[in-house]
Design a protein around this ligand. Sequence first.
Ligand code: TXA
Ligand code: MG
Length: 538
Amino acid sequence: MDTLLLRGDNPEDIERAGDILRRGGLVAIPTETVYGLAANALDGGAVKRVYEAKGRPSDNPLIVHIAHLSQLAPLVQEVPESAGKLADAFWPGPLTMILPKSPRIPREVSGGLSTVAVRFPAHPVAQAVIRAAGMPLAAPSANLSGKPSPTSFAHVKEDLLGRVDALLDGGDCGVGVESTVITLAEGTPRVLRPGGITLSALRRVLGRVEVDPAVLHGLSEKEAPRSPGMKYKHYSPSAEVVLVDASPEKYAGYVNEKGDGYALCFDEDVVSVPSVSYGGRYCGEEQAHRLFWALHRLDELGAKKAYAHMPSKRGVGLAVYNRLIRAAGFQVVRPEKSLVVGLTGPSGAGKSTVGALLSQAGCRVLDCDALTRSPQVYDEDCIRAIQNAFGADTASNGVLDRALLGSRAFSSPEAKAKLEAIVFPRIVARVREFLDMAQREGERCVVLDAPTLFEAGLDVVCGRILTVTAPRELRLSRIRRRDRLTKQAALRRISAQHPEEYYLSRADHVVENGGEGSLEDALAPILLDWKEALKEGV
Ligand code: TXA
Ligand code: MG
């Protein structure tokens, strides 16, 4: 079949795409998530050709795309209040809602279910094509079934050239993973597929929102999937993918030792095997944007095996994790014998309180802040280095004049960096000794209570990072009480630190101290995740 190549920035091409769709043809279109393969959603015959072109099982229903809110009501039985709220908050955008379908939806679209999935995409070209066609468009991702979804025009061409009527070039997709799918068709709203709109964003609008268990785990043979798409192997490059749940250091050690595959890693990971990065360790959005590109890249490189570094499951990370674990066919290795957790957060949030609870729960906690004052770090050698850098008078008879050193070291960012360059490596060395000892003693979970976890570079040994936060007022009063400071001094302390966002964006887990509910309750699911991370092998 001849496939027409069209351009999204050419109004005539948009009209052409609309014509083809009206006549029952297939056109691949860009959206903000991934490219979609579109057909007239109200024409069962056209939709059937989508399944054929993709090689998709016909019981896996399609998403219907609209370009105006008024197009929703005719597709569904009714528009519940929750759907209105979600539409207000997230449409147009990467959210798909499942609702009981109206009789207008052909069987081919709903895969025989009584519900229909609807999305109002934000991409201007997608909207323009839907308007040009004059009807809602059913569109699955524009890949061959089982392959990674396409986020660039080149990927669409690779999979669909010669199989469909036209391909519409709209450049690269912004979000990079498919839309969040939420069902409103049964009881409590439930996420069936995580995506660009995060769970916490949904909860802010709807209150209670559940996550379908199949989002995180594979389904056993007996379980009936809530969403037919859950049961198929997905997003697979030709390479065998194995997900490795480990700290950066352990991950690198593992892939280097294996030596038989690519590292599908983070920008920060330092490995000696060939690698493809799918983003920064702490940049969930970037990981989402790059994941499918990276999976395609592995194919281009002819990779036979790839070890993927486990992403955080927070925020959009949940979507990244969900795609990766499917690409891996649920193969996860956990090479850590003991899990190292970084416990951090802004000053006064209550890290020590959480540390004490973790200690009660059986974790071994190391107070890294105490190390920064201990003679273990400030040994002779360290004091000499400080004197060289900040003046001989900063110490006498082997004892530091902390006030004088403070006044010099905190006078400028450069001076502070100079002191840190002396002190941090020594802290790290002590922490490593502690970790070695804990490992010899068979500790399963070691917690590093470290306000400067990232600055000291201790995060490379952490398999999980837990951030404790608290409302600013509460932090302020805690700091004042604890360190007997004036309000002014406490405020200065807080504003000299990183903003809360710095800690949040780097966390696998967040505990809000001083929020609703007990800390024990907040920690329970986190401890479960850690237990899982310590399970044996594959
Ligand atoms: O971002 C996206 O959603 C992209 C772009 C093109 O819009 N589309 C997309 O479609 O990812 P697709 O077909 O690859 O994935 C649709 C998912 C499948 O997992 C399917 O099983 C589920 O949505 N789904 C569709 N209708 C459903 C329904 N009525 N009930 C439960 N799940 C449904
Ligand atoms: Mg798909």
